[in-house]
Ligand binder design. Structure first.
Ligand code: BGC
Length: 690
């Protein structure tokens, strides 16, 4: 039966009840017509544990164990588009195996401030890297017969006051910075669903934002799927119905009939306030998406698989390519397993698991290898001297929750003493520090960049006891690591990195894996250097936040304003070195191609991420000094040279012209920088456009 025929046979009541939750993660179908209830699940870190239909309590299943995939920060630090696709495929197979139609992922909001509570889940501060990663993820996911619900649409870049704040950002800023990832997910990734965010934009909630949902998403971008609200993000019946919402989810009223899109919507249609054609259109959006994933006629539908060795392998591959080597002096790393007889394994993060904790979705997993597990399993002959070193501690407070609490920065001298002893008795000391998912969490932004729990004092003491001290940070967002960087010779960054996080870290420490991750965000020297803070516009409030920095988000600000970052965007070291030849530039009118040779000049194989930035000379409009427009990740054996081409479509150089509401490419001369990071530029060439 065609979608039109199906809808024509439904009663108004049947149609409207398809438009609101009938459980925490379901909305009704029409059984008599063979339309099943629509089932959804979180989310970015892996398929969420099954919960009860009407409450957040665990359903108590014993077959809902899932793979814990690296959080967004980890995936983006790989800069590896094949891995993004494999990630989407694997998580999609898991969602299918759990019989879900919709996966509430990927989470792709741009990282505006280093303090954003959900930075760990999101990808990057750069709109180009963001969309490059999102598209293969969505394609891989949806190819498993699962709908991708891309979230959170849009301009949802803080947790503070997220349920009410009205974001004001100018048109060029949203078009060039915050929307490209959603546009690409819809147009190139064919995403069948989008989640409307909690906040308001220019005075209207995102679940009733005519401009964002109707004008941009549907009319301009041609979106054909459904808009599902974030959980509890709906505030009206008639406005939400008219202005583009399709499914209301998560409203905090027990009786589903009392939701905005239930009896009240039936009443609004009967009263003539909402046209029944509007309801039909919504039902069709849902049925369209369901059809795409064979949810109604299930012939040939993929069945999926969960918690498999193959998926663990994907999680491992992402984790191992995401780890960023930030400092490595005196060749302290990699460790030589024939020389290291004993290791002090120190720090709360040596044994901490990150699959759950914090507000929001986690993963119930059978596998989470910690660094401690990995060292003891992989190197049974190395003596491990473990010490916790520091403890998660919070100041007394009357907040009735476990996450986002005021941090206690005082050191515990006993724990430090134990750590010093372990370090003194070992050949090397590795401190696993950073943060955790109670510090970085949905629903709460961080208060500052300071590393929690006095870990600097611990690290100083350990370093004094053992000069061969290595620090591994496990976290999802920038911190002030200047003190740690000063103190130690080797500093490694890992993320909330999934089921195989510990294996990946230990393989990097011992040189089984040559680190190849690069930072997808800028680490500022101090908070006030970051654009949203330099302009005193984060988190704003009480009612409005205005994005004063405009298009100068992330490194665009640092480069344009000549502010020195602590670690620049795109930075990451390797155990080998790479030489870049001068690039040749070809411009065929539609595409600019940069060709260069890249050589591995060291003695181990490695991967390099070659980055291409563009800047416009003498632009007639405000521009960032440079913008990422292309990149390639290449693998080279020791001594190997490869020719590499990076293609940049000229359309990527366009700016959004507010006067004509269109994209324009300025003619004239552009500077092109090829580099190993946004600040490690290896060559500069220019190209002219007519
Ligand atoms: C989050 C969403 C999530 C939803 C359902 C909300 O709090 O913002 O990302 O998908 O909950 O768990």
């Amino acid at each position: 039966m065609s979608i039109d025929q199906l809808v024509s046979q439904m009663t108004l009541e049947e149609k409207v009840h398809m438009l609101h939750g009938s459980g925490k993660f379901t909305s009704a179908g029409v059984e008599r017509l063979g339309v099943p209830a629509l089932t959804s699940t979180d989310g970015p870190l892996g398929v969420r544990e099954e919960i009860q239909n009407d409450s957040w309590a665990a359903a108590g299943w014993d077959n809902d164990f899932a793979t814990f995939f690296p959080a967004g920060g980890g995936l983006s630090a790989t800069w590896n588009l094949d891995l993004a696709k494999q990630y989407g495929e694997a998580i999609g197979q898991e969602a299918r195996a759990r019989n879900k139609h919709v996966l509430l992922a990927p989470a792709v909001n741009l990282i505006r401030s280093p303090l954003g509570g959900r930075n760990f889940e999101y990808f990057t501060e750069d709109p180009f890297l963001n969309k490059q990663l999102a598209v293969p993820y969505v394609l891989g996911l949806q190819a498993q017969d699962v709908i991708s619900c891309v979230k959170h649409y849009a301009i949802n870049n803080q947790e503070t006051l997220r349920g009410s704040i009205d974001v004001q950002a100018d048109e060029r800023t949203i078009r060039e910075m915050y929307l490209p990832v959603f546009k690409a997910a819809v147009q190139e990734g064919n995403a069948y669903s989008v989640m409307s965010a909690y906040n308001q934009f220019r005075g209207a909630y995102l679940s009733e934002n005519d401009y964002m949902l109707n004008t941009i998403l549907r009319d301009e971008w041609g979106f054909k799927g459904f808009v599902m609200s974030d959980w509890g993000a709906v505030h009206s019946t008639v406005e939400s119905a008219k202005y583009g919402l399709d499914i209301e989810m998560g409203t905090e009223i027990d009786d589903y009939d009392q939701w905005y899109f239930s009896e009240a919507l039936i009443g609004a249609v009967k009263d003539g306030k909402v046209d029944e054609a509007v309801i039909d259109a919504k039902v069709k959006n849902i049925l369209y998406a369901m059809n795409q994933v064979h949810a109604i006629d299930t012939t040939g539908r993929k069945s999926g698989s969960i918690n498999t060795p193959e998926h663990l392998e994907v999680a491992y591959n992402v984790a191992k390519e995401s780890i960023v080597l930030l400092k490595n002096e005196n060749n302290l790393l990699p460790l030589k397993d024939d020389q290291v007889k004993s290791i002090a394994v120190i720090g709360d993060n040596a044994k901490r698991k990150h699959a759950n904790q914090g507000f929001g979705a986690g993963v119930k997993t059978k596998t989470e290898v910690t660094p401690f597990d990995a060292i003891t399993t992989k190197y049974p002959n190395v003596k491990v001297n473990y010490a916790q070193g520091y403890e998660e501690k919070y100041l007394p407070n009357d907040l009735d929750r476990s996450w986002g609490l005021p941090i206690d920065y005082s050191a515990d001298s006993n724990l430090i003493k134990e750590a010093v002893e372990a370090a003194s008795n070992s050949d090397v000391a590795v401190v696993f520090a950073g943060s955790n998912r109670l510090v970085e969490t949905e629903a709460e932004d961080r208060k500052g960049l300071r590393l929690p729990f006095a870990q600097e004092e611990l690290i100083a003491a350990v370093k004094a006891a053992n000069p061969n001290t290595i620090v591994v940070m496990i976290a999802g967002a920038p911190y002030d690591v200047s003190n740690v960087h000063e103190q130690v010779d080797a500093l490694v960054w890992s993320w909330f990195n999934g089921s195989k996080a510990g294996d990946a870290i230990v393989d990097v420490l011992f040189g089984v894996v040559n680190p190849s991750g690069k930072l997808p965000v800028t680490f500022p020297k101090k908070l006030e250097d970051s654009p949203a803070h330099a302009t005193n516009s984060f988190p704003g409030g009480p009612d409005v936040v205005t994005y004063q920095e405009g298009i100068l988000v992330g490194y665009r600000w640092f480069d344009t304003k000549n502010v020195e970052p602590f670690y620049p965007f795109g930075f990451g070291l390797s155990y080998t070195t790479f030489d870049y030849s001068e690039p040749k530039v070809m411009n065929n009118g539609g595409t600019i191609t940069l060709s260069l040779d890249i050589a591995n000049t060291g003695d181990v194989a490695g991967k390099e991420i070659v980055q291409v930035y563009f800047g416009k000379n003498n632009s007639s409009i405000e521009r960032a000094a440079k913008e990422l427009k292309g990149f390639a990740k290449v693998e080279l054996k020791a001594g190997e040279t490869q020719q590499l081409s990076v293609e940049v479509p000229v359309s990527e150089l366009a700016y959004y012209d507010v006067e004509t509401s269109s994209w324009k490419v300025e003619s004239g001369e552009y500077t092109v920088w090829v580099g190993a990071s946004s600040r490690d530029i290896r060559s500069e060439v220019s190209v002219s456009l007519d």
